[in-house]
Design a protein. Structure first.
Lengths: 356, 297
């Protein structure tokens, strides 16, 4: 009964393998494949605006997943994710300018960012918790400063033009085509992360998070896994940033500030720390939030509220405030994030008429 | 001329350093009393300075009274923040608490920008003399005042923790919460009060910087600059925060000197404290005066 369509109430798993499987029933697998197929059809009937939102969710979701591996799975907070994301973008553009084909440049940029992430992860070998948070804060400012200075690498304050994504001589730029590129990357990266958590290394990361002293006693090498988490997280950030650079066609220092790093943190807190699916849910939330505020502000245009608060001028600040507010509200009222909500909904339907 | 510049920068460094020291002390106060790393410290400066500015320009209140009212307001603000936002999070993991303060920081920074705009607003002139001659060097009156105020605050802190009843209660709580509670100290009161004091004292620093440079959202950067200072001094040492603040203040200005005279990289002084921060974390993570966490496995 390894692959039933529906699972009966209660736990009937009798082997470790059955407990670890990603798709517990055939239905979940079918849902996933169906969902991806449906998404693959999306460019046929969605407008460019919605496609660009989906693409945004895609590349930001990859980077957010990386941060979730670091913060949610290995328990180390990082306040400098945006610069690694930016580094990936710059590295990919740099490589592509030097003749590397773009698809390979994106992967290489990920690896390059991994190296940089490992470098800044060295303090992680010695310090933990809030000290590490402060070290990553320093990394944020140091790398941001580096981006402005290193003109050979980033084009300085002017930024760098990113060549379009081409594969086998076929141009993949434009929302309709680039959507598939991002979709492939998202599927591969999310499957990789889900599988990582089922391996020895993934379990070691979780052990380090839950109780590092016990983990060390059981033979988990703390230094190795803490730095490894930094490496993996930077790899994801780098890939996300590279995808962004080739989508926009331009990469600049602007916007890689600490607020962006905090937005990544907001994504994983809203989605749920330590949940692969939660990273995506949180990203969707954070991408739609500014759009929603924008829509709300234009809906209220001319009304009394608009006149009292000057919504049009204040919209950027309102968005920033909302980011801060959702972080605080989620941490106080729903610390496990949207993923937890989703699990509750699933549990409710599974037991539907009998809730207990 | 270069010597003159060096001397001027050293003085500036010391003055800025004492301000870093004061903000660092406030940061350490919260950390010691309630084990919260407060990323919203800079916003205390910002809100305090804007409040004072608003009272002075819109309501035309004399500086002295405006200053006192804004301090009282910040005290209440700090108390309210602890009770409403931080209290539900007692016992939550470090990550959640840090994230909440980051959230607060973003929220209030954006709110202040929304309410008062992004441009720096000058304070109405407070001193009749703008600059004073000290040993042939031009020093702004406001800076002199800031050093005086900072030293007074430091002395006040020393007295408060050594002799006052509440200060002793705070130290006891910082030492061991359970023992303090069993001795009849209200730990909740101590937590709330530490936030109140910290907010009010930070606001003093905010107003002082505001008088010199004008009030703008750049003030909140103080809250981030304070990290190198407190890490250098040791996160849980009040004395360390003062020493760390002075060193970082001096270092910044010396970096500025080296940069402008020899290297010509530009903007070096902004970034030097963070390199120092990384180096300290690598070689001596508990700082100069901090207590070491000893763990054996």
């Amino acid at each position: 009964m390894a692959m039933d369509t529906l699972r009966p109430c209660g736990d009937f798993r009798s082997s470790y393998g059955a407990d670890q499987t990603i798709f517990t029933t055939r239905l979940t697998l079918a849902f996933l494949i169906g969902g991806i197929a449906l998404l693959a059809l999306a460019p046929l009937f969605l407008s460019n605006y919605f496609l660009s939102l989906l693409i945004q969710i895609g590349y930001l979701g990859i980077a957010a997943l990386g941060l979730n591996i670091l913060v949610g799975f290995s328990g180390q907070i990082s306040i400098g994710h945006a610069v690694f994301y930016g580094f990936g973008g710059f590295a990919s553009v740099f490589l592509a300018e030097h003749g590397v084909p773009v698809p390979i440049a994106i992967v290489l940029a990920g690896l390059w960012t991994t190296a940089v992430g490992l470098l800044f992860g060295i303090p992680a070998a010695r310090v933990k918790g809030l000290y590490l948070a402060i070290a990553t804060l320093a990394a944020q400012f140091i790398l941001q400063d580096f981006f402005v200075r290193a003109e050979w690498f980033t084009g300085g304050t002017h930024g760098a033009i990113a060549p379009p994504f081409e594969i086998f001589g076929y141009d993949m730029s434009g929302d309709q085509r680039y959507f598939y590129v991002v979709l492939v990357f998202v599927v591969v990266m999310y499957l990789f992360a889900t599988n990582l958590m089922r391996t020895r290394d993934g379990r070691a990361l979780i052990a380090v998070r839950d109780h590092y002293l016990s983990a060390e006693m059981m033979g988990v090498n703390l230094t190795k896994y803490r730095t490894m988490a930094f490496g993996i997280s930077s790899f994801y950030a780098g890939i996300g940033g590279a995808l962004y650079a080739h989508y926009i066609g331009y990469m600049s220092v602007e916007g890689l500030d600490i607020l962006f790093s905090i937005q990544f943190l907001a994504m994983i807190i809203i989605g749920g720390l330590g949940s692969v699916m939660g990273s995506l849910l949180g990203t969707i939330f954070m991408v739609l939030l500014p759009e929603m505020t924008g829509a709300l502000a234009s809906a209220l245009q001319g009304s009394a509220i608009d006149k009292a608060l000057h919504l049009k001028d204040g919209i950027t600040y309102m968005r920033e405030m909302l980011i801060g507010a959702v972080i605080i509200l989620f941490l106080i009222f729903e610390p496990d994030g949207l993923a937890h909500r989703w699990r509750q909904i699933k549990a409710y339907w599974k037991l539907y008429p009998f809730s207990y | 001329m270069t010597f003159q510049l060096l001397l001027q920068l050293t003085i500036n460094g010391l003055i800025i350093g004492t301000l870093y020291g004061v903000v660092g002390m406030c940061f350490v106060l919260i950390y010691k009393a309630s084990q919260v790393v407060n990323f919203a410290q800079g916003e205390f400066l910002l809100i305090g300075a804007w409040t004072c500015w608003w009272l002075l320009t819109y309501w035309q209140i004399p500086f002295f009274w405006g200053f006192l009212v804004s301090l009282a307001f910040m005290m209440l603000f700090g108390l309210a923040l602890q009770i409403v936002v931080l209290r539900p999070l007692i016992g939550e993991p470090v990550i959640s608490v840090i994230m909440v303060t980051i959230g607060l920081s973003i929220f209030f920074q954006a709110l202040m920008k929304w309410m008062f705009g992004t441009f720096a607003q000058p304070f109405p002139p407070i001193f009749s003399v703008q600059k004073v001659d000290v040993f042939g060097l031009q020093v702004q009156t406001a800076y002199l005042m800031s050093t005086g105020v900072s030293l007074a605050i430091m002395a006040g802190f020393a007295w408060f923790f050594k002799y006052s009843r509440m200060g002793l209660a705070m130290r006891a709580t910082a030492f061991n919460q359970q023992v303090a509670q069993s001795l009849g100290i209200s730990v909740r009161q101590v937590f709330a009060l530490s936030w109140g004091i910290s907010a009010a004292v930070s606001a003093v620093a905010g107003v002082v910087v505001g008088i010199v440079n004008g009030v703008s959202s750049a003030l909140s950067f103080f809250g981030i600059k304070v990290f190198p200072a407190v890490i250098l001094g040791g996160l849980d040492s009040v004395l360390g925060a003062v020493v760390g603040g002075l060193i970082i203040g001096l270092l910044e200005n010396l970096a500025h000197y080296v940069d402008s005279q020899f290297l010509k990289w530009g903007n070096l002084y902004e970034i030097v404290p963070f390199y120092v921060l990384i180096i300290i974390l690598m070689i001596k993570p508990y700082g100069l005066f901090g207590t070491r966490d000893i763990e054996r496995v």
